[in-house]
Design a protein around this ligand. Structure first.
Ligand SMILES: Cc1cc2nc3c(=O)[nH]c(=O)nc-3n(C[C@H](O)[C@H](O)[C@H](O)COP(=O)(O)OP(=O)(O)OC[C@H]3O[C@@H](n4cnc5c(N)ncnc54)[C@H](O)[C@@H]3O)c2cc1C
Length: 350
């Protein structure tokens, strides 16, 4: 794969990383963004996309998804390259003082500075541990509700695994299409979880139970134990049910929504000073213990740190000055108001 060169590489496309693009852009520092998730927004989209946030200045209420869309809109003038589905696994300093950054899937970056905006770590979906199942990833096996193609649903036997809010809401939503006899409707939807207790909001559980009671949705309490194949296709899951009996469940599509486990993982090996499993920073420039690596947002710790989006925006502003000073020594850039700076207006195309 070609080596991707950039001034700054931002690890994490949560609200901190997105606003970092803007602040770097104002300083004419080009940045690219890498995230392990398949979309931007970090916790705001993955954990509470449709719930309201009330403490973003000048935005009395907006959902996590809406905030992300607004941040993406704000950075449009900088035409930023995003690399999704890419877990950064390796960071090392090159002989020329720049950084060599690699992802697990094989992307390689050569960058002058890094801003770590990695939140609580890379969100890695909890998988269903069944030998051979991972071979169907992207064809018959999916780990993000938003990423299941219509063709994997329409007319198919869909098995949803999980007890999360997302799992119940997704299964219930699919059933609604059956009720409407919509062309995109699945043939049958079954939710599988080891017991009849769910880790979801009361309203979601109530809707799920209503759909089950109406016969539109099916629930099996059991533990998946194996697969049945039909040639090179996944045909069924075998489960050990609550009575200890083995049952077979036809499965054209398996959607595993068992939650995400944030993995600080590789970050712990990059030589950064950590404090309480968070990255230690100084708060003038949000510099880490490694010159050239800056860190902002939920991933950092300093006295008084508040894990709030508002705090991350402030941190991104100061980190941008730090990155500028690192890439162009002696040039911290004077403070310019976006209201009145012709240079900034040109950058923003306004
Ligand atoms: C339910 C809930 C409600 C909340 N409500 C509010 C609220 O009302 N107001 C408020 O201010 N805050 C709220 N928060 C907190 C807020 O969401 C966080 O402070 C904010 O998301 C932190 O942003 P971030 O960009 O630092 O990290 P994140 O949003 O966690 O994003 C970090 C991103 O980095 C990626 N990443 C990490 N490691 C790697 C790696 N090695 N390789 C590639 N990608 C990686 C992750 O996949 C993730 O997408 C809430 C949080 C939760 C859970």
């Amino acid at each position: 794969m070609p080596l991707i060169q950039t001034d700054a590489l931002i690890i994490g496309a949560g609200p901190a990383g997105l606003f970092q693009v803007f602040e770097l852009g104002l300083r004419e520092i080009s940045a690219q963004v890498v995230d392990a998730l398949p979309f931007a927004g970090g916790q705001c989209v993955e954990l509470y996309g449709d719930k309201p946030i009330y403490d973003i200045p000048a935005l009395p209420a907006c959902t996590g998804r809406e905030l992300t869309e607004r941040l993406l809109e704000q950075i449009k003038p900088f035409a930023t390259a995003f690399h999704f589905d890419q877990l950064v696994s390796h960071v090392a300093r090159r002989a020329d003082g720049r950084f060599d950054v690699r992802t697990k899937a094989g992307l390689q970056f050569d960058c002058g500075a890094i801003v770590l905006a990695a939140g609580v770590g890379a969100f890695v979906p909890r998988t269903l541990k069944l030998a051979g199942l991972e071979a169907f990833e992207g064809r018959q096996l999916f780990h993000h509700a938003d990423r299941v193609p219509a063709a994997a649903i329409a007319g198919k036997h869909v098995v949803v695994s999980g007890a999360t809010d997302q799992a119940l809401a997704f299964a219930t939503r699919l059933c609604a299409a059956i009720g409407r006899r919509a062309p995109e409707a699945p043939a049958r939807v079954t939710l599988v979880h080891r017991r009849d207790v769910f880790d979801a909001e009361d309203g979601t559980v109530a809707e799920f139970r209503n759909a089950c009671a109406a016969g539109a949705l099916h629930f099996v309490a059991g533990q998946p134990t194996g697969l049945a194949l039909d040639g090179d296709r996944l045909a069924a899951l075998t489960l050990l049910d609550a009575t200890g009996a083995t049952v077979s469940l036809q499965a054209d599509t398996v959607v595993v929504l068992q939650g995400l486990s944030p993995k600080l993982g590789p970050l712990a090996d990059w030589g950064l000073a950590l404090e309480r499993r968070q990255v230690h920073v100084e708060t003038a420039k949000f510099a880490t213990s490694v010159p050239g690596i800056f860190a902002i947002g939920d991933v950092i710790h300093y006295p008084g740190k508040q894990r709030l989006i508002l705090s991350a925006f402030h941190e991104a502003t100061l980190a941008a000055a730090g990155v500028a000073g690192h890439l162009r020594p002696g040039d911290d850039g004077p403070l310019e108001y976006t209201t009145s700076s012709p240079r900034i207006h040109k950058l923003l195309g306004v």
